[in-house]
Design a protein around this ligand. Structure first.
Ligand SMILES: [Zn+2]
Length: 275
């Protein structure tokens, strides 16, 4: 399951291929969407933006394509008129003079008026996005301390897209390790220093991953995402059970939290709340 940084990089690739260009051909597999094919031809693609695990493709004629990949959907970029060899079923094709972007296998696909898209039930349920540059430590700290979230265990809270969108399982483990917090703790168990450290980690770790994980930074990457840490993102605890903690040498442990594996240092992330 891709997490916020991977989804945003995938969106960046699609946008680099077609954003700003005019749609010459639009194709939808579902009959309920085929009336939009003629509507979109001749429009310009304004932006391709992830919102949680959904993707919004905005056109300059007032329509926005909402797509959610669920578990199986995948976007690909191809040359105009070309279709990659695939046993998957093609659900959406948008072609410009330069490229085609192709959505395979997904079924959660809708067209909305752009000025109404924020009313979409999925978007309504999302918290602020950890990769939104406007989101800051103060806002995340306030959210942690709010009545809706302060009583929930961090292991559950950090997977809840209604708390912060863009988080996921590897980010959860890495954020808790960076803040040295056990997943059973609740925000209301934390002192001010711990709350601040957690809020900071909830922003810097996803942003660092987005900017550097698995790829070389490119000139287009946001400079402020790179500034705080020059090195490439790597896992400190995720899938490292049995290996020594880089701070204290204690073997990293693997536990289950919300039916998902979670990795932590039993020494650096003690389960007892502070007295
Ligand atoms: Zn440790």
């Amino acid at each position: 399951m891709p997490e916020g940084p991977e989804i945003r990089r995938a969106a960046d690739r699609l946008a680099a291929a077609v954003a700003g260009q005019t749609v010459l051909r639009a194709q939808f597999a579902f009959p309920r969407l085929q009336r939009f094919e003629a509507e979109l031809v001749g429009s310009r693609i304004l932006s391709i933006t992830p919102r949680g695990k959904a993707l919004l493709t905005a056109f300059d004629n007032g329509w926005t394509l909402y797509s959610h990949n669920q578990l199986y959907g995948v976007w690909k970029v191809a040359l105009p008129g070309q279709r990659p060899d695939s046993t998957r079923s093609l659900r959406v094709a948008l072609e410009t003079a330069r490229a085609a972007i192709l959505l395979y296998s997904a079924s959660d696909i809708e067209l909305w008026r752009s000025d109404e898209i924020e009313a979409h039930p999925f978007l309504q349920g999302l918290g602020p996005d950890v990769l939104d540059p406007a989101l800051d430590v103060e806002a995340v700290s306030a959210r942690l301390q709010s009545p809706a979230f302060c009583g929930r265990a961090l292991g559950a809270l950090l997977l809840d897209q209604g708390f912060l969108a863009g988080m996921g399982n590897y980010l959860r483990a890495e954020v808790l390790f960076a803040a040295r917090l056990h997943p059973a703790l609740r925000p209301r168990d934390l002192d001010a220093t711990q709350t601040s450290a957690l809020a900071q980690a909830l922003l810097t770790i996803p942003r660092h991953s987005y900017a550097t994980r698995g790829i070389e930074p490119t000139p287009g990457m946001r400079a402020d995402y790179l500034a705080h840490e020059g090195e490439r993102f790597r896992f400190r605890v995720f899938k490292r059970e049995g290996q020594p903690c880089e701070h204290c040498g204690t073997p990293i442990a693997r536990i289950a939290s919300q039916s998902r594996p979670l990795f932590l240092c039993p020494h650096c992330q003690p389960s007892r709340p502070p007295q």
